[in-house]
Design a protein around this ligand. Structure first.
Ligand code: CO
Length: 636
């Protein structure tokens, strides 16, 4: 008898509870008689159809379903499965041919152990004079797909090796360049040790841990953030209300935090902005062509899963102030429930001035403090840390910001490396980029939305513009998927505006929100390169598709070892209409990274992201009802 899951959940979009995760795995195991060879790359909520969510009323009966991806190590087969937690049954079970699900943390551990026990690896270390295995680190990476016939159909990892200078030292600063074990992750057999020749390990330890840093600055006095009356937000399950904002959050092993049903209260009425918003994929293409480096292209969602790699956050260190934490109920690769405590952080921040004007004739200043609501999690994906932050502002703006920190991926310098930067003696940090694809399912005051590109044009000098000063914003409707594949253009002050053409503000303008590009880049990989085929989404900053519930991930559902072409480039070949219909906007932003010596040994946080800002969604500034703060006497 399987333990019954009692979902004390108030809404169909509540993430699976730990009990539901356990029940889903138990039902799958029992109904399909699964043996020990099965792994569970993904166990998450099977989100109900949009119509069910939109029609849901408090008190309605909720049917709970779980979506599972399973990998059978014995056969190498991948399955997708939908479990009814309500009926305790398997609703669907499907073999997905020719795919590799994401790499799981347990596989990394098992892979490292297999390599470190292999005689060929030990011999390769001995050739380099390395005998202390406690200082050797084997860091498995996704192998990618470069069309090599002997890699088809085998679940593979290619590892990067490092040598710590002491057993508890930093290893990213000391690559054993040119030594690459290749492992079958289904059998955990070492298939080969690629050896591109002996390169000395860079000499500097590159330590960053506190215990190695005796000289710390001593002139920092305490800075406290206190909210003596508590926070201004309310949380019920995963439903969050803060001032005029009202939304739900989810958390998936692949995407991490997901926003659901983002609404803003306007004169007593909740108005819909986004039905669902999340990071859909990211990729980090590296730019060194040498044989030990050319495969480095991490798909951090599809090959790993940033939710699975989320940190347990620490109050006072990761987060400062009055914090509300959400735990995440996940699994290890064997399907055992694994709770990441304090995975998601919610808090308020003072954000300077919201608005101000001084009327010097009246000797009167009106000023309002801006406060923003920050919702975040941090994932450690191998060498890098990514902080994924949503910010909600009092003027209706939503901001998404990725905070990038952690260790650079380096090679040892065996020749002049123009594809990287010397960041320490003999340590070459490889040029790379980080591309993020955001899936934004807009529902602005209803589902029927359209997208306009807005370019600013200079009016030609002439009768209408005798002094040459005139310029104007020129909107162009993007009516089909292929016409909506666009790039940023700062010389046109380009932005994209999502509107509901059948709902108007008091001025008769259609209600809208605009995508405001921030930090961005284009890929430098060749159009015929394997990585551009596999991550086609990064070739355009804007994509728009009509809503389809199964179109979730920009590089397809299974990018690990995939040849490419899936996801946005494939779906949009149909060139469907995106006018006045339920649309999904996909925004790509890239962070270009030519490493600096100052990024070593741990890089100070870099910031990249964009904003979603109201344009005529409101009748006027929605922030005029923010009251003034009480002035304080200065104490010093
Ligand atoms: Co970087």
């Amino acid at each position: 008898m399987i333990a019954t899951a009692h979902p004390l959940v108030q809404h169909p979009l509540e993430p699976l509870t730990a009990a539901e995760v356990a029940a889903a795995v138990a039902i799958a195991r029992s109904c399909k008689s699964l043996g020990e060879s099965f792994r569970f790359p993904c166990v998450t909520l099977h989100e109900p159809p949009k119509s069910v969510v939109l029609e849901f009323q408090v008190g309605d009966r909720i049917h709970r379903e779980a979506f599972l991806i399973l990998l059978d190590n014995a056969t190498g087969n991948t399955y997708e499965c939908v479990i009814s937690l309500t009926e305790q049954s398997v609703l669907s079970w499907q073999h997905i041919p020719n795919v590799q699900p994401n790499i799981m943390a347990d596989e990394l551990v098992e892979c490292e152990a297999a390599v470190k026990a292999h005689p060929d690896f030990l011999a390769a270390l001995a050739r380099r004079g390395i005998t202390d295995l406690d200082c050797v680190v084997v860091d498995p990476w996704a192998i990618g797909n470069f069309g090599f016939a002997d890699e088809v159909g085998i679940r593979l990892s290619r590892a990067i090796c490092y040598l710590r200078s002491v057993p508890d030292g930093n290893f990213y600063s000391r690559p054993i360049d040119g030594l690459v074990p290749v492992v079958d992750l289904n059998t955990m057999q070492v298939l080969r040790i690629e050896d591109f020749g002996i390169v000395p390990v860079p000499p500097e330890p590159g330590e960053y841990a506190r215990r190695f840093m005796p000289d710390q600055r001593t002139d920092i006095k305490p800075l406290h953030i206190t909210q003596p009356e508590g926070t201004s937000f309310e949380v019920e399950g995963h439903h969050i209300r803060w001032q005029k904002w009202d939304f739900r959050i989810g958390f998936t092993p692949r995407e991490g935090v997901v926003l659901h049903r983002v609404c803003y209260e306007d004169r007593g009425k909740l108005r819909s902005i986004l039905y669902r918003a999340s990071l859909s994929e990211m990729v980090v293409p590296y730019g060194d062509p040498r044989p030990q480096h050319f495969r480095k292209n991490a798909f951090d969602l599809g090959e790993h899963g940033v939710g699975m790699l989320a940190n347990s956050l620490k109050l006072g260190c990761d987060c400062l102030g009055e914090i509300y934490y959400f735990d995440a109920a996940l699994t290890d690769s064997r399907g055992n429930v694994a709770i990441t405590e304090n995975a998601i952080c919610l808090h308020e921040e003072d954000y300077g001035i919201l608005w101000k004007h001084t009327d010097w004739r009246l000797n009167e200043a009106e000023v309002r403090r801006s406060r923003r609501l920050a919702l975040s999690f941090i994932a450690t994906v191998d060498n890098y840390e990514y902080g994924f932050f949503w910010y909600f502002y009092q003027d209706g703006t939503i901001q998404y910001e990725v905070k990038l920190t952690g260790n650079l991926l380096c090679g040892a310098l065996d020749n002049v490396g123009k594809y990287g930067t010397l960041v320490a003696p003999e340590l070459n940090a490889i040029n790379h980029q980080h591309f993020f694809s955001m899936r934004l399912d807009f529902d602005l005051d209803g589902m029927a939305n359209s997208v306009y590109e807005v370019n600013t044009e200079a009016e030609p000098m002439g009768d209408r513009n005798p002094y040459g000063n005139a310029f104007y914003a020129q909107p162009t409707l993007l009516s089909t998927e292929q016409s909506a594949q666009r790039l940023i253009d700062p010389f046109k002050a380009r932005y994209w505006k999502v509107v509901n053409d059948s709902v108007h503000n008091r001025l008769g303008q259609p209600v809208g929100y605009k995508i405001m590009p921030g930090d961005n880049a284009v890929p430098y990989a060749h159009p015929n390169s394997p990585i551009l085929k596999r991550a086609g989404f990064m070739t355009k900053h804007l994509w728009v598709t009509p809503y389809a519930c199964n179109e979730r991930y920009a590089a397809g559902a299974y990018p690990n070892q995939h040849l490419g072409g899936e996801g946005l480039p494939q779906w949009t070949q149909a060139n469907r209409s995106i006018e006045n219909t339920d649309i999904v906007v996909w925004y790509t932003f890239g962070h270009h990274h030519i490493p600096r010596p100052e990024d070593y040994p741990v890089m100070p946080t870099a910031y990249s992201g964009f904003m979603i800002k109201p344009v005529g969604f409101f009748d006027a500034s929605p922030a005029m009802d923010v009251p003034p703060s009480a002035p304080k006497e200065s104490c010093h």
